[in-house]
Design a protein around this ligand. Sequence first.
Ligand SMILES: Nc1nc2c(ncn2[C@@H]2O[C@H](COP(=O)(O)OP(=O)(O)O)[C@@H](O)[C@H]2O)c(=O)[nH]1
Ligand SMILES: [Mg+2]
Length: 472
Amino acid sequence: MVITMLDDTITAIATPIGEGGIGVIRISGKRALNVAGEMFRTSSGVPVPGLPTHTAHYGHAIDPLSDEQIDDGVLTVFRAPRSYTGEDSVEISCHGGIVPMRRVLEAAMRAGARLAEPGEFTKRAFLSGRIDLAQAEAVLDIIRARTDESLRVARMQFEGVLSTRIRMLREDLVEIMAHIEASIDFPDDVEEMESSRMTESIRKALMGMAALLETSNRGKIYREGISAVITGRPNVGKSSLLNALLRESRAIVTPIPGTTRDVIEESLSIKGIPVRTIDTAGVRETKDVVERMGVDRAQKAVEEADVVIAVLDAEQGFDDDAKDFLSGLLEKKLVVVLNKTDLIREDSIPELLAQVRGWLLDRCAEEPGVITTSASENRGIEALEDAIAGIVLMGSAPKAEGAMISSLRHRQAIDEAHTSLAQALLTSQFGMPLDLLTVDLRAAVDALGRITGETVSEDVIDRIFSEFCIGK
Ligand SMILES: Nc1nc2c(ncn2[C@@H]2O[C@H](COP(=O)(O)OP(=O)(O)O)[C@@H](O)[C@H]2O)c(=O)[nH]1
Ligand SMILES: [Mg+2]
């Protein structure tokens, strides 16, 4: 890995640009306190470079060229290494407006700081060794978390749960490698590691990796979310169901078939899973041009969705039209909703459910969820959420408190390590020369190191941090 020169001092606005109670400008680098000293006067009169770490000071930001006061605010000092970046850092909280923030930023630049690149503060935290690469990536996941569960998964990664697990796996492999290398170099002095013991260690590491890979489906779902589309014939209650899931009136609901003409999209949390939920125009033959376009879009949305919520009108019964409609969806991850159960006799519900389940069971690859609801009376909504979460998480490892993979980059690295290690296991079992074994072990160690950043190219690092916003 190339060591980047961190001699310069960087600055950026760390809060969103717009109107807010406060806005924060960050400065980090060797000269952070000197830079701040030239553009911020504490009301106590103590110059910024003389301030102790982890203290906050009221004062004024000034233009270092004209000495003009820009705004008042609070300056906080974080001296290396106990700062976000691991370097000397200063944060200035001023009024959260576009002009005051821009002017304070300009003042910091006039005083000698350079405008930071996207993610550069976090990149510095990584390069200074304060956090590893997986932890740095988790910072972005924390910022982007859309549900409580997404946040929990990201926080675990930020706190180093995954990193620790990877490091342990890596150390085990390095130990085997060291032993092999020593026994090649000094065959007389080093007792050869018993081959059965070595095989056992490799097997253990393989199992550890497989367990991690099993978490990746669940991890990805919480990190990236999924899309669900609500589809059905006109007037079965699709929009009403979206509103019930949202717990508010978003989509227009009327008794007139064909009310929803375009697709409506809403983000919601279903059992902690971020779900992009799409309400669509009812699928039917139509001569209305606008409605026709809506129907086309609805069909496209169904093709692209991770989960399809197919709504039937319970009052209509499970007739040929309903069967015809479901026939086109059997390949999808499917939740079938029998809506408007308030309009039918309660004792006829089990019979209807059994009919639909039986029909689907014969035809679907994966067992679909079938539930009953009344959107207008808000019944069955919780069961609908359970069914959606159930079908999304089907086949995923159960919720675990331990390390979890949520990013594709990490998944690929572990996949690669697993493949190399499986090769090493074969080599050791067939009693092949030991140096052959070390090649595969080395490949596995390197692949794991890419996750935490020990063995990763600068390109990859740049790509990861370029996804961040400026000021983070
Ligand atoms: N009785 C009853 N009426 C419903 C229910 N869900 C929707 N509706 C009514 O059915 C009509 C069509 O609903 P809407 O949500 O617009 O259906 P969409 O065309 O599938 O989006 C409206 O008059 C709704 O009030 C339900 O569960 N029970
Ligand atoms: Mg509708």
